[in-house]
Design a protein around this ligand. Structure first.
Ligand SMILES: O=P(O)(O)OC[C@H]1O[C@](O)(COP(=O)(O)O)[C@@H](O)[C@@H]1O
Ligand SMILES: [Mn+2]
Length: 631
């Protein structure tokens, strides 16, 4: 290769894409235009906990953004009920049109009117997007026609009407009116939320985490920061038996085994027959809970014993039970055991599974590992997920970064090495991926359980007291000591220290967490450390509503700053459809900038700026003849 080519290899490569000055100029203009567009809107949600109905509604109404835009655009010409009806059409187009058809309310006039409304709304909402990206958001099969409608701006009203009518009549004649409206509403929803972040805990407690994952798989742009409950399911699919037993136990406690049996085709029949044999005097549900809990405590004990670096010895409790007096000694205090019957425990070797327990476990484990749908869902969590995400100067993670009592990063000793801060989270991320690939076998698989409930796990950040909550009446033993992080999350300096650790700008950055339900009812605020840290566990989880008093948060970041939406009531899709009901949302501005930020202020903006610099060099090379131009 000639010397010049060697030296400017990169520019030569770039010249293949932009062969002459004209193509460089075109690209420069395109990139600069993108930099000047308003910063795309991001939505953040967390702790969905299987609450499919609420999530489904909030995703469809784009956290209330659609209603805001409809109110803004049509306040003069639509009544409140007309606006509500139009919004429902956007949220649930298929069902709404079916309803209206039944009532014989769908006419050509109806299609025409709604099409015009939808078009006006999408025009308003598409201003943030470059043409090139708009094309990507258009629903397949309808790209040309929607783009045509969006960009055509005939100045003569009559012409416009004729134009619309022609398109419309054609669509109706070929029976595509409904499909077209559905396509349009999908497009509008994509425009409303450029990117969605889920800050963990999709699984457990609620009925349909599987349907949530199905919905997220359809989403055009989403990332996930794993929560401890997600890790539990991922751990199960790495083959971790303690994770499997915990999932089954959780599902039984919340009476939602349907997600296992129907959602993932994991049968609990062998467990139920052993349970009714072991505890004939208890209800089947309680007997099953008992059976799986003992299996869990045994598996957990074995895991803790083979991994002293997990420092979980305080969880070894089966050997602290006095099986004759039915008491347990913890920290030198003796507590009576609640309903003390342990038919499968050998006091000489309390952590050993009985033959029957081992059979049940192996049965359930193969059902987990063979579930095709669950495998697909966990693959998705791995593809879209990570321990943390640094995105547009915000740092997102579910739980915490372990801190010492003095607020410094804690050094964690695992796998014969020390980790702290970012380096610890990177280690955790790598380990979780290796465990799924089956690399280094047992240790990584065991770590998945540690990440679910370990005291210094970034997902849990507290010491779980699962055994005490089940077997001891005295609620003092149930208190789960939590990481110093939760003491410091109100401290701006500590938040700055964390942001700096991840190379983020402290002035503009925020930390966004889930995991700890915000007790709004008790006046607790999700906003900590003078706005630096925001906890958005807003209690989608119905079981926790008594604690929180609301139905979930969406944090929205856009060109004007940060806004938090507090969703008030739980959704019921049937009701929403019948009465055009929406979830009430209260909006609270957390940060209002006095300027509009643009794409230039985002991570994408930085990338584009680098590209601009590169092609600018190519331009110079063409100008001074260093690289020859092609036709
Ligand atoms: O991530 P979350 O939602 O806080 O879940 C973990 C918590 O759940 C528990 O296992 C208790 O579960 P329940 O609330 O379902 O009884 C605690 O021991 C633990 O702190
Ligand atoms: Mn959590």
């Amino acid at each position: 290769m000639d010397k010049n080519k060697q030296k400017y290899k990169y520019l030569y490569l770039l010249s293949e894409k932009y062969p002459n000055r004209q193509s460089v100029v075109t690209e420069l203009i395109r990139l600069k235009a993108i930099l000047n567009l308003a910063r795309p809107t991001e939505h953040f949600m967390s702790d969905l906990h299987g609450e499919y109905e609420s999530f489904f509604h909030i995703l469809n109404n784009c956290s209330g953004v659609i209603k805001e835009k409809v109110d803004y655009l049509f306040s003069e010409e639509m009544s409140t009920s007309q606006k509500a009806e139009f919004c429902t059409l956007i949220y649930y187009p298929k069902e709404k049109i079916l309803n209206l058809k039944k009532q014989k309310l769908i006419t050509t006039q109806w299609y025409s009117q709604n099409l015009i409304y939808l078009l006006r709304l999408s025009r308003l909402m598409s201003y943030k997007y470059p043409q090139s990206e708009l094309k990507n958001l258009l629903p397949k099969g309808y790209e040309t026609i929607i783009l045509e409608l969006l960009t055509a701006r005939p100045n003569d009203d009559t012409f416009q009407e004729v134009y619309f009518n022609t398109i419309l009549n054609t669509l109706i004649n070929i029976n595509s009116g409904t499909d077209f409206i559905i396509a349009f509403t999908k497009f509008i929803k994509k425009l409303a939320v450029a990117h969605l972040h889920i800050v963990g805990d999709i699984y457990d407690r609620g009925q349909r985490p599987d349907s949530i994952i199905d919905m997220l798989r359809q989403h055009h742009s989403v990332d996930i920061q794993w929560g401890n409950h997600d890790i539990l399911w991922m751990g199960a699919m790495c083959g971790n038996e303690a994770c499997i037993a915990t999932i089954v136990r959780n599902c039984l406690s919340y009476n939602n085994t349907a997600v296992l049996e129907k959602g993932y085709a994991i049968s609990l029949r062998s467990l139920s027959s052993l349970a009714s044999k072991l505890y004939p005097n208890k209800t089947l549900l309680i007997a099953m809970q008992r059976t799986i809990s003992i299996i869990l405590f045994k598996l957990e004990g074995q895991l803790i014993k083979r991994n002293p670096d997990f420092q979980m010895d305080s969880r070894l409790l089966l050997d602290k039970i006095d099986y004759s007096s039915k008491h347990i000694k913890i920290n030198n205090i003796s507590y009576p055991i609640k309903s003390p019957s342990f038919p499968t425990i050998n006091p000489q070797n309390p952590y050993e599974l009985s033959l029957e327990e081992a059979e049940v476990l192996s049965d359930i484990k193969s059902a987990f590992l063979d579930s095709v749908r669950l495998r697909k869902h966990i693959d998705f969590l791995y593809q879209k997920g990570s321990v943390y995400k640094a995105y547009n100067n915000n740092l997102l993670y579910h739980g915490c970064i372990p801190l010492n009592d003095d607020g410094s990063f804690m050094r964690i000793h695992l796998n014969n090495k020390y980790y702290s801060g970012k380096n610890y989270l990177d280690f955790v991320d790598k380990t979780i991926r290796q465990a799924y690939l089956g690399l280094y076998e047992q240790k990584n698989i065991d770590l998945m359980y540690y990440f679910w409930c370990g005291r210094y796990s970034p997902f849990s950040g507290r010491e779980f007291k699962t055994f005490e909550r089940m077997f001891i009446e005295d609620t003092d033993t149930w208190i789960e000591p939590s990481d110093a992080y939760y003491k410091y999350c109100n401290d701006e300096k500590i938040c700055d220290m964390i942001l700096e650790e991840f190379s983020l700008k402290t002035k503009r950055g925020h930390i966004i967490n889930g995991h700890v339900p915000v007790k709004v009812k008790e006046g607790e605020s999700p906003v900590k450390a003078n706005g630096k840290l925001i906890i958005i566990d807003g209690g989608f989880c119905k079981a926790y509503h008594k604690k929180t008093g609301i139905a979930g948060y969406t944090l929205i970041s856009n060109s004007r700053g940060l806004r938090l939406l507090e969703h008030q009531s739980c959704a019921n899709i049937k009701e929403s459809l019948k009465a055009n009901q929406d979830i009430e949302s209260v909006s609270c501005t957390l940060e209002l900038q006095n300027y509009h930020s643009s794409t230039a202020d985002t991570d994408l903006g930085e990338e584009i700026q680098c590209q601009i610099n590169d092609i600018y060099h190519l331009m110079l090379a063409y100008q001074n003849g260093l690289i020859p131009e092609q036709a």
